[in-house]
Design a binder for this molecule. Structure first.
Ligand code: AR6
Length: 172
């Protein structure tokens, strides 16, 4: 299974995969961080398509085309805002990843690149978020044999180190 997982330090907007995942907010109308970068690179058609979706609840995900991105699709996932950990944030984050992988299955996506959802502006602790991301990814790979690649795209070195450790722990 490990041959279907990669940890990469880089920019998700440059990934030529079937789908990249966006760390969006409930409006799906763009924002800062990875969301801003994806909308900038995809061009204005992306927000036009997003407007038609009418938002998405926390823990959910929606799919659009990738437009000018090298990726064919964007899966917009809404992670929770960290509020100290007693408000169900871990479950909500796990649900966001599961929503992503449901769309991956429904759309027969064979390669997907994921950012570290909720660990930027939404302040979810990196190690905890990373363990959830890798655990849900493993659960998906165990049942979806059409999915050939899950790439964790880490913008910064601390995220890269956390993913390398979590992948070793979960798949090792
Ligand atoms: N490629 C890969 N990862 C990136 C990139 C990039 N180009 N840019 C940032 N990251 P954040 P959140 C990393 O804040 O915490 C937005 O305004 C970043 O280093 O983008 O889920 C939305 O509209 C961090 O590790 O998303 C929401 O309002 C990770 O992506 C809100 O922020 C997530 O950081 C969502 O907050």
């Amino acid at each position: 299974m490990l041959d279907r997982v990669k940890v990469i330090q880089g920019d998700i907007t440059k990934q030529a995969v079937d789908a990249i995942v966006n760390a969006a907010n409930t409006t799906l109308l763009g924002g800062g961080g990875v969301d801003g970068a994806i909308h900038r690179e995809a061009g204005p058609h992306l927000v036009w398509e997003c407007r038609k979706l009418g938002g998405c609840p926390t823990g959910g995900a929606r799919i659009t085309k990738g437009y000018y991105l090298p990726a064919k699709h964007v899966i917009h996932a809404v992670g929770p805002i960290w509020q100290g950990g007693d408000c169900g944030e871990e479950d909500q984050l796990a649900r966001a990843y599961r929503s992503v992988f449901e769309l991956v299955e429904q759309h027969a996506i064979t390669s997907v690149a994921l950012p570290s959802i909720s660990t930027g502006a939404y302040r979810f602790p990196l190690d905890r978020a990373t363990r959830i991301a890798v655990r849900e990814s493993r659960a998906c790979l165990e049942r979806n044999f059409s999915l050939k690649l899950i790439a964790f795209i880490c913008f910064e070195k601390p995220a890269y180190d956390a993913y390398v450790a979590a992948v070793a722990e979960t798949f090792g």
